[in-house]
Design a protein around this ligand. Structure first.
Ligand code: NGQ
Ligand code: ZN
Length: 448
């Protein structure tokens, strides 16, 4: 298959009249400034598919269900109780159906690879399934149905809080001991397809003790390591009390944090931590829509990016799955904080959209352990924008990204190819109808 784009964003920038030869699941050749062949499929704009570094797919099924007041002081922790009650009812079939809708929406919004931070391991009674990786298999099946690339991140979860507190009943589906987890991790490998990846996910410093973390890390090998870092000020305070340091400070001092690591919700950072995290090479996994939804706080993105920090986005709770909206929200969070505009642009990158797209593409690829980009050898993960959308009138180059991210109301994607296969046309996933049917049936069964 050969795709031809009027313009395309390549690793070294925009190029015009670009011919992309796809061979099987990979990009074989990219040539700029050339005429389309008579059978080439022509599109106006080609962009590389993005990486979504943080998803809990099952939470898509409760999107919109936790927006009613339970108590006057509702917060992240009370939301978590609602989330625990929801997940209590999910069987492997429901997990697959819900994940399939989340993954289809990711593809429709421009994400072609997802890091699934997977901790719903055991049956509703908290017993391991006979086949240990049963729910990971549900996730892999949803990835297979939708075509999205998967970096499976099996989560080690052992404690309710700092100090090795025993897990609560609501956490029984997550909890493993170290030996059990090592077996589960190995089983999880068996559900992956070619091109999928696996990475290690110690849940958080709340749920994993320093000793456990040290035992776990060799499992990761050269693969990615993802951990929830500092999402809530309460967890920062509790970490100081228990470990004598703030979570990111502690990790940087006590764990081999490097470019294989992704610190998810590195929200609450001191200026010193911000600079040190930026210098570490690790990726900050930012989930601006979920972090707003949960009332987490604002990540110091201006200082972090100025310090050369790496970042990527995640859809986390999947409250609203939209790659462009995550980037927009990140910039807007900084505008509200600093009362300025175009805060995440720079001298080299006057376009906010381009700066954030490039940063998230690079950080996403690193955190997921894959190559993303329109370049020979990369998986053929490509998106085209619906340039007939009025938001794109007279746009080109970085202006296309700015208009997509800031003004297109989620109707900007036309087609998506993942691994050389077209999975989205006219903004709609090819299997959407069947996926929606299964999703509805699953939600009705769970809530009914
Ligand atoms: C999660 N979500 O693992 O799904 C968490 C809530 C926790 C976010 N942190 C559970 N956004 O952190 O204990
Ligand atoms: Zn999370």
């Amino acid at each position: 298959m050969i795709l031809w784009f009027g313009e395309a964003l390549l690793p070294d920038g925009w190029a015009n009249r670009v011919r992309v030869t796809v061979s099987g699941d990979r990009i074989a050749e990219v040539v700029s400034d050339c005429e389309p062949g008579s059978t080439d499929e022509r599109h106006a704009v080609g962009l590389p598919g993005m990486g979504n570094v943080h998803s809990h797919a099952f939470q898509r099924g409760m999107a919109g269900l936790s927006e009613q007041r339970g108590a006057p002081d509702d917060d992240f922790w009370s939301w978590r109780e609602v989330m625990y009650r929801f997940l209590d009812r999910l069987d492997p079939t429901a997990i697959e159906a819900i994940a399939a809708l989340a993954f289809a929406e990711m593809l429709e919004s421009g994400y072609t690879h997802v890091g699934e931070f997977h901790y719903l391991h055991h049956d509703p009674a908290g017993h391991p399934y006979a086949a240990l990786a049963t729910t990971a298999q549900s996730i892999a099946a949803a990835a297979q149905t939708t075509g999205i690339g998967l970096t499976l991140l099996p989560v080690f979860y052992a404690h309710a809080d700092f100090g090795g507190m025993p897990a609560k009943p609501g956490q029984r589906r997550f909890v493993c001991d170290l030996d059990g987890f090592a077996r589960l991790y190995e089983s999880c490998r068996t559900v992956l397809r070619p091109g999928d990846r696996i990475g290690l996910a110690p849940h958080s410093l709340r749920a994993v003790t320093p000793d456990e973390l040290a035992v776990l890390l060799p499992l990761a090998g050269e693969g990615p390591v993802h951990i929830h870092a500092a999402e809530q000020t309460k967890e920062v305070d509790d970490c100081v009390a228990a470990l004598g340091a703030r979570p990111v400070e502690w990790l940087l001092a006590n764990a081999p944090v490097n470019e294989h690591w992704c610190l998810v919700h590195a929200t609450h950072l001191s200026p010193t931590e911000t600079d040190a995290l930026a210098a570490s090479g690790a990726v900050a996994g930012l989930c601006p829509m979920t972090e707003a939804n949960l009332g987490d706080g604002n990540f110091p993105a201006v200082r972090y990016l100025a310090g050369g920090g790496r970042m990527a986005t995640g859809t986390d709770s999947n409250i609203l799955v939209d790659a462009a909206a995550e980037l927009r929200h990140l910039e807007y969070s900084q505008r509200l904080l600093h009362r300025g505009r175009n805060l995440l642009a720079s001298d080299d990158y006057p376009s906010v959209g381009r700066r954030l797209f490039d940063a998230a593409l690079d950080g996403g690829a690193r955190a997921l352990g894959v190559d993303l980009g329109i370049a020979p050898g990369c998986s053929a993960d490509i998106i085209t924008l619906a340039t007939q959308h009025p938001s794109f009138a007279a746009a080109s180059g970085d202006g296309v990204l700015d208009r997509w991210i800031f003004s297109s109301r989620g109707q900007a994607i036309d087609a998506v190819w993942r691994s050389g296969r077209r999975v989205v046309s006219n903004g709609r996933h090819h299997a959407r109808e069947a996926i929606e049917r299964s999703y509805r049936a699953a939600i009705i069964a769970v809530l009914g």
